[in-house]
Design a protein around this ligand. Sequence first.
Ligand code: ZN
Length: 244
Amino acid sequence: MTTRYLIRFDDVVPGMAWSHFAAFERIADTCALPYLIGVVPECRDPKLAVEPARADFWDWVRARKAAGWTVAQHGYQHLYETDARGILGIGRKSEFAGLPYDTQFQKLAAGKAIMQAEHVWSGVFMAPSHSFDENTIKALRALDFTALTDGFGFYPYDLEGLSAVPQLFARPLGLGFGVETICLHVNTMRDDAIERMIEFIGAHRQQIISFDDALTIQPMVPVLSAALRHATSVALRLRRAVRA
Ligand SMILES: [Zn+2]
């Protein structure tokens, strides 16, 4: 029994902090690691552009997809319109949750069209700020999305017709079972945090799996999966309540 890790990068856009990302890219090349990246189809969020925009951005995404990385659709424009926490109850703002179904459908469809035109759409959704609601799920299903990189617990599960691969923390716990998604935002990572994470990745490279492989991780005892899901949901909501 061992923990499997999925390494996820949010906010992958032309003007991201490529200088911070370089070390992660190097180790991915050296160790053939299959990262999960959340690409914003049409980024309008000025906070995400911190370095000169990369002119060959979509070529780069296509090359990474060809190398085995999973490209998730990270919202549409990454503009927050509501302060709805959504189903998970952990985000503080949302591009989707709380908006009418038709509005959500149109945004998701517009994002999907861009991803498809660039030949990088994969049917995996990454919600900005982890916030989505029942209408988001319904629209995702209608648009043939199959999976989400969000949810509680340590094993993938069915969330109203989509496969949810849990994402709980930015740091690894290493409990010895299941799959942990490590969620990284390179724009705001400091040098020492990057160094620590690169060290961790190097030391655990045999345990790092792709999103597709994460979808297949099953608990030895099925009831354990649901119990852990409940426990982590309560823990994260409590933490939120304490911080609020
Ligand atoms: Zn984001």
